[in-house]
Design a protein around this ligand. Structure first.
Ligand SMILES: [Zn+2]
Length: 345
């Protein structure tokens, strides 16, 4: 009896230890066509990539998701570039919870490209006034997150300000023969900070609003990224981004588009995602409701189907081995699990 009890205890505690193993979680927060992606590590460190718009409810929505994830602060905010839909919510968020560190390309005074109210430009003054430790990111920099033998974690900037990290590996990419460059993009989109997150066997790509030619430079003539499991669709799904060379070289299993009901998600991008053979599931934060843009993924992969939405988020939880990850839309109860690629380069 004692032996049985001991076996039962051992099995039970093993099971309890396994069940309690924390996941690495990624949240795509609905900021209505802006960008806001929250990473929460197994050690409960947090990285927010972009902060949505300056007006409500971006900051409030980020705060709600962060609080729900058990956070009391944001450890790192990375602002990929200085468009108002990417830096705008940070000042409001900093009033709701502390933002300890801000990494960016060096704040511009104004959004250089988006027209603001009454012929002005959107100022970054409130963003610049946030009291945080600041760092201008350089290609190759890594966020100093806790990592260990059993939880190998890395979040690295592989490109910023149109420059790639100098030490990236590269392998010849036969797809590059079909490269079709577009006119040079003079906007701040092209400067976007490009990040790669790896957790044991799992890999996630977030390129901010990178556009066509820089996307091509990441993978041509040499492929400097290798394939990934999850691809955050560049630039909310606009078709001046999402170069098929990038999509096919990264070969993601899952794509996540942070579009709005009337923004991003262009028909061409959706077609290109559908034509990427590796992709098994295409998630969208919103159903595109424009009459002339009837292209959407399947409803089950869409977090918000209505115009007046309840800001449902998309979540990805990666298990400790990094071998499997589960996407869910908690508000609808939908979830699906995927296997990570056996090798990424
Ligand atoms: Zn944007």
């Amino acid at each position: 009896m004692k032996v049985l009890a001991a076996i039962f205890c051992a099995v039970f505690s093993l099971h309890a230890a396994f069940a309690a193993e924390p996941t690495l979680d990624i949240y795509w927060i609905d900021v209505e066509g802006g960008a806001s992606t929250l990473i929460v590590t197994p050690n409960k460190e947090s990285v927010l990539i972009d902060s949505g718009w300056p007006w409500a409810p971006s900051a409030e929505r980020i705060y709600a998701v962060a609080t729900n994830a058990g956070l009391k602060q944001i450890d790192y905010l990375i602002t990929t570039h200085f468009h108002v839909d990417h830096f705008g919510g940070a000042a409001g968020l900093s009033k709701l919870m502390p933002i300890k560190n801000i990494w960016d390309n060096g704040a511009l005074d104004v959004d250089p490209d988006s027209p603001g109210p009454n012929g002005t430009r959107f100022s970054t003054a409130d963003y610049r006034a946030i009291s945080s430790t600041r760092k201008v990111i350089a290609p190759g920099d890594s966020v100093p997150l806790k990592t260990s033998k059993s939880r190998r974690l890395s979040l690295r900037c592989i490109a910023a300000h149109k420059k790639l990290a100098a030490d990236l590996a590269g392998s010849a990419n036969p797809r590059c023969a079909g490269a079709e460059p577009k006119p040079v993009d003079p906007s701040d989109n092209a400067n976007s900070i490009c990040l790669v997150l790896t957790y044991n066997g799992f890999k996630f790509f977030n390129g901010g609003d990178l556009t066509w030619n820089i996307e091509s430079e990441l993978v041509c003539p040499l492929d400097h990224v290798g394939n990934v499991d999850v691809y955050q669709v560049d630039h909310h799904g606009m078709d001046i981004s999402n170069n098929p060379l990038l999509l096919q070289t990264l070969g993601p299993t899952v794509s996540v588009m942070d579009n709005g009901p009337h923004k991003g998600g262009s028909r061409k991008t959706v077609e290109r995602l559908r034509a990427t053979p590796s992709i098994k599931a295409m998630y969208q934060l919103h159903r595109d409701l424009r009459g002339d843009q009837p292209f959407n993924t399947e409803n089950k992969y869409i977090a918000n189907l209505e115009e007046n939405c309840t800001a449902n988020y998309i979540k990805c939880s990666v298990d400790q081995s990094g071998k499997t990850y589960t996407f869910s839309i908690p508000a609808t109860g939908f979830s699906e699990t995927y296997k990570s690629k056996p090798k990424h380069m």
